[in-house]
Design a protein around this ligand. Structure first.
Ligand SMILES: [Zn+2]
Length: 492
């Protein structure tokens, strides 16, 4: 089989749209580089009138005024993010749509904070594998949103709610235009209720809405929230992604909890996964696992990566993935093969021999990109003073003690959970902390030229590492507690 390996023989990771030696990839990369250089050179001066600057260019290029303005936006933000700009000018992986979207997302962010966003985005857009799928604009927005929530004081407060509206515009053609802006949570609630009604009566969403309004139908919509800390408000909603607003619908809804502790080892004897397993798969994947597909996990089928009952295909978390109906059918039709590792990283083997890699995007993903991995600098970081070192050592000892103690009560409970099982339990999946690298000699990230080359570890990375640590600790604590932080299973 022709594996279409890059002709340059590189061993560096790269995005699938920057494939070395691939004419299609390279053509667009070059175009992206040229575009950015061009638009930076055309940026208006401080005193230029914006409308005139836009019109001048748009009449000569044939681009719409909107497209011209978007290109200006993208170029302008790249002037403020030098590391990302260099990355784009070198690799050509991001087009002007991405850059304009970055500008949108960074609206209102203080100038002094941009340096940190620059570092974080450069890191986000550094691949770990060869032929890795470039994160979508939606994924990038979610990433920036998370950073803003954490590091931009005042962002995501109730003040933003003033933009909510619902507008019905009567047209001349007998139709009316229905538009509106609601929070993600409200959007998910509306979608769930409409889809559930539509499915029940075999009608479309519009008829479902009319039916609810005119026939006073009772609909129960279940929303699946996620939190890593049961004492805090949820941070993620299945189908809607990361939650921004601190005041959530969640506070006003009746809540049932579901604890996913130990789900990695849970195996169902049947073809159909348990609801608990389904929830875990959706929370790990977040979206359809096919390359470049962004269908939310809520709307996806749960697929056995290795067919159930064949070649050892089991109903277990590490053999289940979210696929939208289209891509589920595509996989079932047969021309694709797929391998998924214990970290939920999918390796898609395309019919032309190309391998595309997709990483899980949900809040339960343990993949470092989703959960913030160490970079080389933080991996090599050492305390500056003896006092710091002492504190670290003491903390490590304490953590080790806690870990040992938390192990004790859980071990004997395991067999009693599944008394019907004829087979002994499979050994647990390896812990996600130390992911086996694809290519240990080259995958230390970020690569040269785009490293976090400040003299200190970026605060972003520090904070997020602390979060991971906290998550892991919370997980362990949960094993011994009776708390159920997870809501009712999804209505699938
Ligand atoms: Zn899909």
């Amino acid at each position: 089989m022709n594996t279409q390996q890059p002709t340059t023989g590189t061993t560096q990771p790269y995005w699938s749209n920057c494939k070395p030696g691939d004419n299609d990839s390279q053509r667009y990369c070059q175009r992206n580089r040229d575009d950015l250089t061009y638009w930076i050179s055309k940026l208006p001066n401080d005193n230029d009138t914006l409308l005139i600057a836009i019109t001048t260019i748009s009449t000569r290029t044939g681009l719409s005024k909107h497209m011209t303005e978007r290109a200006f936006q993208g170029a302008a933000i790249m002037k403020l993010l030098p590391h990302l700009r260099n990355q784009v000018l070198t690799w050509g992986h991001l087009d002007m749509r991405y850059l304009a979207a970055i500008d949108d997302c960074l609206t209102g962010v203080a100038e002094e904070q941009l340096k940190e966003f620059d570092t974080a985005l450069t890191w986000f857009f550094t691949p770990e594998y060869q032929d890795q799928t470039l994160p979508s604009i939606t994924q990038m927005k979610a990433f920036i949103e998370q950073l803003k929530l954490k590091h931009c004081p005042g962002y995501g407060t109730t003040g933003t709610f003033i933009f909510k509206h619902l507008t019905i515009r009567q047209g001349n053609d007998g139709m009316a235009d229905l538009t509106g802006v609601v929070t993600k949570e409200e959007g998910q609630l509306i979608t769930t209720a409409l889809d559930k009604t539509a499915k029940k009566y075999d009608i479309d969403r519009v008829d479902a809405l009319i039916k609810i309004l005119t026939e006073k139908i009772n609909v129960t919509a279940t929303l699946n929230y996620w939190t890593h800390d049961p004492t805090k408000p949820p941070t993620y909603l299945d189908g809607a992604g990361n939650l921004i607003f601190k005041e959530t619908l969640f506070n006003n809804l009746p809540v049932k909890h579901q604890d996913l502790t130990g789900i990695e080892q849970e195996e169902s004897e049947h073809y159909r996964p348990t609801k608990r397993l389904k929830t875990a798969v959706r929370l790990r994947d977040g979206i359809c696992r096919f390359p470049d597909c962004n269908k939310p996990a809520t709307t996806c089928d749960i697929d056995h990566v290795v067919e159930f009952g064949k070649n050892g295909g089991k109903t277990i978390l590490s053999n289940l993935q979210c696929l939208c109906r289209t891509h589920h059918n595509l996989k079932t039709d047969g021309d694709l093969t797929i391998f998924m590792d214990h970290y939920g990283i999918c390796h898609w083997h395309m019919p032309n021999g190309q391998v595309r890699i997709t990483t899980p995007q949900g809040p339960q993903a343990h993949h470092p990109k989703a959960a913030w991995a160490q970079n080389w600098k933080t991996y090599r970081a050492r305390p500056k003073t003896t006092d710091e070192a002492k504190k670290n050592f003491q903390q490590q000892t304490q953590e080790a003690k806690t870990k040992e103690e938390s192990k004790k009560p859980t071990t004997p409970q395991q067999p009693s959970k599944d008394p019907h099982k004829t087979q002994p339990k499979k050994p647990p999946a390896p812990p996600p902390k130390k992911r086996k690298r694809q290519n240990p000699t080259t995958s230390t990230r970020p690569p040269k030229g785009f490293s976090n080359h400040n003299n200190h570890t970026p605060q972003w990375v520090k904070d997020l590492q602390n979060d991971i640590k906290q998550q892991q600790t919370t997980k362990k604590e949960k094993k011994t507690s009776e708390k159920d932080p997870f809501p009712e299973e999804p209505p699938f």
